[in-house]
Design a protein around this ligand. Sequence first.
Ligand SMILES: Cc1cc2nc3c(=O)[nH]c(=O)nc-3n(C[C@H](O)[C@H](O)[C@H](O)COP(=O)(O)O)c2cc1C
Length: 214
Amino acid sequence: MKILVFLGSVRTSTPPRPARLGERVARATVAWLLEAGHEVELIDPLDLDLPTSFKPQFAYAKGRAPAALDQLAEKIAAADGYVAVSPEYNHSMSPALADLLNHFGSSLFSFKPSAIVTYSAGQWGGARAAVNMRTFLAELGCLPVSSMVHVPHAQEVFAEDGSYLPDVDAARWQGYLGRTLLQLAWWAEAAQEQRAAGLPTDAFVTAPSQRNAP
Ligand SMILES: Cc1cc2nc3c(=O)[nH]c(=O)nc-3n(C[C@H](O)[C@H](O)[C@H](O)COP(=O)(O)O)c2cc1C
């Protein structure tokens, strides 16, 4: 399966330390998926040269959007599933991740699954952020699988390159990640087959009069 892993942190400043804890969580997620044989790409918002004033990719006239947005739109359209890796900021999902994903229309993500991976430097592992990520990802069209990954004290679990730190029970963590990522892969495969069989023709209506309840 083709899986995009979205990294939800652009925080290069400190404190709190360490900065961009999310890099290691996202790398560990990518490593798990690669080991399972998937085609994986890490999407890092810091690599994208996005305009500072917000304008979604779908709001530009065809061919006029910044190249970075068009290229990412193509990757999103071609993917079979997504992983959203987010820290918890004030009990909410990462604003950087919301900003990145808000640039794209739901038709690019629809009829494909997503998985939620959250983390924190403290003890809750981003569980509260994960709750509203379900709503966000569902609205985007990529339904989140039921299982989620939450990593408390992520700095004590992963080294900067995403490998496990020596004192950590790596097999147990791999199994924990696997519970969610195996669900993602299963749904991605099922959805891929079903997309090939055809999409419901009236699923995307744009005029409010067509979308609203009668
Ligand atoms: C603005 C801000 C808000 C935060 N809010 C929370 C929070 O609500 N819950 C929590 O567990 N940690 C919170 N933290 C601590 C983060 O878990 C920790 O800084 C983590 O490293 C953030 O991920 P990042 O380094 O990838 O940006 C917050 C950090 C920042 C910078």
